[in-house]
Design a protein around this ligand. Structure first.
Ligand SMILES: Cc1ncc(C[n+]2csc(CCOP(=O)(O)OP(=O)(O)O)c2C)c(N)n1
Length: 387
C-alpha cells in the first residue's frame, strides 16, 4: 500500500469514528454523529439568517480565492495559497469567536481574516510582495486579527504568549462573558509536527491559557500525507498535554461553529486551553507553485469533491426552504467581491524592482551589484522595456 492509500484509509476510518463531531452528512441531511449530541441545542438555536450567513461567507470567499489564484497565474501575485475546500472549518470557527477575541491565522485563512474585518486586498498585497505584514492587528477595523505567518507553527507561540498575557492581566475567567477574552490559533497538520507547536501547548497547558488550538487537518503538508506525520490521530496530541481535544468533520460548518463556540466559552471562562482537529481537505494545490498531481490520485480528490463543504450547506439550506433569490443574491455578491478584488489589485503598485537588493548587506557588494545589473538588463530585454 502506498503512503497516499494509507493516508486516505486512515482518514476514512477516522471520519467513520463516532467520536468525530458531525452534524450534516455529505449530502446535506441532518445526521448528527453520537459525538454531536451535546452540540445540537446550539445548532437548533441558530436563526435562518445566521445559517444563510455561513453559506454566504463560504461562497464569497471561494470566489475571491479563485480570483486570487487567477491573478497569480496572470503574473499579478508572486504566490497564492488557495483555501479551496477548507471554507467550512474556517467560517464555523471564526463565526464562533467574539469581537474581543484574538485571532492568529497561518497563511490560508482568507475567510477568517475577511470575517474579522481585514480588507482582502491587504492579503493580496502580502502575496504580491508589497509588504511583509499587510495589516495592523491593533487597528480596530481588523478585529484583533494578527498577520499571516509563513514560518510554520510560530503563530502558536505568539498566540500562547498573548493568551498568557490575558491570564496575567485578569482578562479571562472573570465570569463576565461580555468581557472575558480568548485566543484562537490556526495551524495545519504539517505544522503540528513543529517543535514550536508542542512548546506552545506545554506553556498553554501550564498557564491554563484561554486558548483554542484549531488544527485544520487538510490531509497534506505539501506532498507529505498526514499518515507520515503521525501514527495516531492528531487530536490525540492535544490530549497528551492535558487539553480536551475534539475531532470534528471540518467540512461541516455547523460542527465547526458549535464545537469552537463551546471550546471558546470554556477557555474564556478560565477552564484552560482546548484543541480541535478539523478533518478537511485541501482541494487545490498547496500554493500556485505546487502541482498536486505529482503526489496524489484523482480518485482521492474526487472522493473529497463529494464532501464539498459548500454543496453540503447548500443542500441543507435548500431542504429548509431557502429561496432561489437568496442563492442568486449570494452568487451576485461573490462575483462583485471577486471583481472588486481584480480591479483593486490591478491598481496596486508594482513591486519596487531594486528593493530586494537593498538590504542584503549593509555595504555595497559586487555580487549584489552584478545581480541588480542582470535584472535591469533582463527587464530591458522585453519589447516594451522595463516592466
Ligand atoms: C518552519 C518551516 N519549515 C518549513 C516550511 C516550508 N513549508 C511551507 S508550507 C509547508 C507545509 C505545511 O503543511 P500544513 O501545516 O499541513 O499546512 P497547509 O499548507 O496544508 O495548510 C512547509 C513544509 C516553512 N514555511 N516553515
Amino acid at each position: 500500500m502506498t503512503q497516499t492509500e494509507n493516508s486516505v484509509q486512515d482518514h476514512a476510518s477516522e471520519a467513520a469514528d463516532s467520536a468525530v463531531v458531525r452534524v450534516l452528512a455529505p449530502d446535506g441531511s441532518l445526521a448528527p454523529s453520537a459525538a454531536a449530541e451535546p452540540y445540537l441545542e446550539i445548532i437548533e438555536s441558530l436563526s435562518d439568517a445566521e445559517l444563510e450567513g455561513f453559506y454566504r461567507d463560504m461562497v464569497v470567499i471561494r470566489a475571491f480565492d479563485r480570483q486570487a489564484t487567477n491573478l497569480q497565474r496572470q503574473g499579478q501575485l508572486a504566490l497564492w495559497p488557495p483555501s479551496l475546500g477548507q471554507e467550512a472549518a474556517q467560517v464555523g470557527s471564526v463565526r464562533a469567536a467574539r469581537p474581543q477575541d484574538h485571532i492568529f491565522p497561518s497563511y490560508r485563512e482568507h475567510v477568517v481574516a475577511r470575517i474579522r474585518g481585514v480588507d482582502v486586498v491587504d492579503i493580496i498585497r502580502v502575496m504580491r510582495g508589497l509588504t511583509h505584514g499587510g495589516w495592523d492587528p491593533t487597528d480596530p477595523r481588523n478585529g484583533n486579527t494578527h498577520i499571516y505567518t509563513l514560518v510554520l507553527g510560530s503563530q502558536t507561540l505568539h498566540a500562547t504568549g498573548l493568551a498568557m498575557g490575558l491570564v496575567f492581566d485578569g482578562k479571562c475567567g472573570t465570569g463576565d462573558p461580555e468581557r472575558d477574552e480568548a485566543v484562537v490559533v490556526y495551524y495545519g497538520d504539517g505544522a503540528s509536527s513543529q517543535g514550536d507547536v508542542h512548546e506552545a501547548m506545554v506553556f498553554a497547558a501550564s498557564y491554563n491559557t484561554p486558548e483554542v488550538f484549531f488544527l485544520q487537518n487538510n490531509q497534506w503538508a505539501i506532498s507529505v500525507p498526514v499518515a507520515t506525520q503521525s501514527r495516531s490521530p492528531l487530536h490525540k496530541r492535544g490530549e497528551g498535554y492535558g487539553m480536551p481535544s475534539i475531532p470534528i468533520d471540518g467540512n461541516d460548518v455547523l460542527a465547526s461553529y458549535a464545537v469552537t463556540r463551546v471550546a471558546l466559552e470554556e477557555a474564556r471562562s478560565g477552564a484552560g486551553p482546548r484543541a480541535i482537529e478539523a478533518l478537511t481537505y485541501r482541494m487545490g494545490a498547496h500554493t500556485t507553485s505546487d502541482d498536486p498531481t505529482k503526489y496524489r490520485t484523482s480518485d482521492e480528490e474526487l472522493s473529497w469533491v463529494r464532501r464539498d463543504p459548500i454543496a453540503r450547506m447548500r443542500a441543507f439550506l435548500e431542504a429548509r426552504g431557502a429561496s432561489s433569490d437568496f442563492f442568486t443574491d449570494v452568487d451576485a455578491e461573490a462575483d462583485a467581491v471577486a471583481e472588486d478584488t481584480r480591479v483593486r489589485t490591478m491598481q496596486l503598485d508594482g513591486i519596487p524592482r531594486n528593493l530586494m537588493f537593498d538590504h542584503v548587506y549593509s555595504e555595497p557588494h559586487p555580487l549584489v551589484d552584478e545581480q541588480r545589473q542582470w535584472l535591469a538588463d533582463y527587464e530591458a530585454s522585453f519589447e516594451e522595456g522595463t516592466s
